[in-house]
Design a binder for this molecule. Structure first.
Ligand SMILES: Nc1ncnc2c1ncn2[C@@H]1O[C@H](COP(=O)(O)OP(=O)(O)OP(=O)(O)O)[C@@H](O)[C@H]1O
Length: 320
């Protein structure tokens, strides 16, 4: 399946973080604009996983929130294309978000069965209480829990099980497109793998499309079809995941790759990520990565490199 389901064109999100007007006028401070996402373009193909990776504060969550409509872009467009579903209906995909902290996103006072049934009732996806209950049971089994878990409360479950409940609730809406914002980063490594495997299995079985956000390249390594590396609000490298992993062209991508363990090369030297991400309010001139780049030259400090295509991958580096 190669049809485009999401089209993002030159999307930006800027926040005005100036002091309140009066105090700004008295102290003659200029306006302070934070560029959380700057001029980002990409497409997501139906049934695939598009991953966005970058350090904390690079704008991943803001982009995810724009995709689900929780944050308006200040420029550019984000468009979901109509799709034909298995039941024959035609229309925009149903989009749901899965958050990092499954406990915070589940109402602790509700039984799990009610949490999962709520969207089914709200969207009138089942004709009566009995078939809703049946569907809840099916969903619990689909995510690897048991039907009897419906009567328990969220606190009775482990972090990994709670994330399974979040996934079941998202699927209860008959979602086609899941925006997953660091869905495993609050979990132990072994549990992370179980949740990722579940997501891969569900994608295959249900034809789901994922926009997967992570700060950790190793998390997305085995599940991404396409990958974008984000730095200070911009994509610095984007393309087919295999190509980016096997031939990273941007120095920042290489740095991110250097920080993750490689089972095939266990003795490889692993360099820790050094330096701080500059402020998105006052980004450095030229390439925003230049203060941390070992290869930075005068040109990098003066001129911002545009994204250009190199072997099927777009890269913004003067020396790629
Ligand atoms: N509503 C807001 N008002 C002002 N600034 C914001 C707002 N939301 C996000 N930001 C800023 O935008 C930048 C990008 O934040 P965002 O949360 O998108 O990054 P992130 O890559 O998801 O980081 P993290 O992984 O830590 O959540 C940060 O500097 C953040 O402080």
């Amino acid at each position: 399946m190669d049809d485009i389901i999401l089209d993002v064109a030159s999307a930006s999100c800027r926040f005005d973080v100036s002091a309140p007007t009066l105090s700004r006028l008295f102290s003659k401070q200029p306006r302070r604009i934070l560029r959380a996402v700057e001029n980002v373009s990409f497409t997501v193909r139906r049934g695939t996983t598009f991953s966005i990776v970058g350090e904390s504060g690079c704008g991943k969550s803001t982009l995810a929130r724009m995709v689900v409509g929780l944050q308006r872009p200040t420029q550019g467009m984000l468009n979901f294309r109509d799709i034909r579903r298995a039941d024959g209906s035609f229309g925009p995909p149903r989009v749901q978000m899965i958050f990092q902290d499954p406990y915070a996103s589940l109402n602790p006072r509700w039984r799990v069965g009610d949490i999962i049934a709520e969207p089914i009732r709200e969207l009138k996806l089942r004709p009566d209480a009995a078939s809703t209950k049946d569907r809840v049971g099916d969903l619990l089994e689909i995510v690897g829990l048991s039907r009897s878990d419906a009567s328990r409360y969220p606190h009775a479950f482990s972090g990994g099980q709670r994330q399974r409940i979040s996934i079941a609730r998202a699927l209860a809406t008959e979602a086609d497109f899941l925006v997953c914002d660091e869905p495993t980063s609050a979990l132990d490594v072994s549990v992370q793998a179980q949740i990722l495997n579940l997501m891969v299995k569900l994608q295959k079985e249900l034809g789901l499309t994922y926009l997967f956000i992570s700060h950790n390249l190793s998390v997305v390594r085995h599940m991404s079809d396409d990958l974008a590396i984000m730095y200070l609000g911009r994509f610095v490298e984007a393309g087919p995941a295999e190509e980016v992993f096997s031939r990273p062209r941007h120095p920042y991508t290489r740095l991110l790759l250097d920080t993750i363990p490689d089972v095939e090369r266990p003795n490889r030297e692993r360099r820790p990520m050094s330096g701080e991400v500059p402020s998105p309010i006052d980004p450095p001139p030229g390439c925003s990565f230049n203060p941390r780049c070992s290869r930075a030259a005068d040109r990098c400090r003066a001129e911002r490199p545009e994204l250009r295509m190199l072997g099927g991958v777009s890269v913004s580096c003067h020396f790629a």
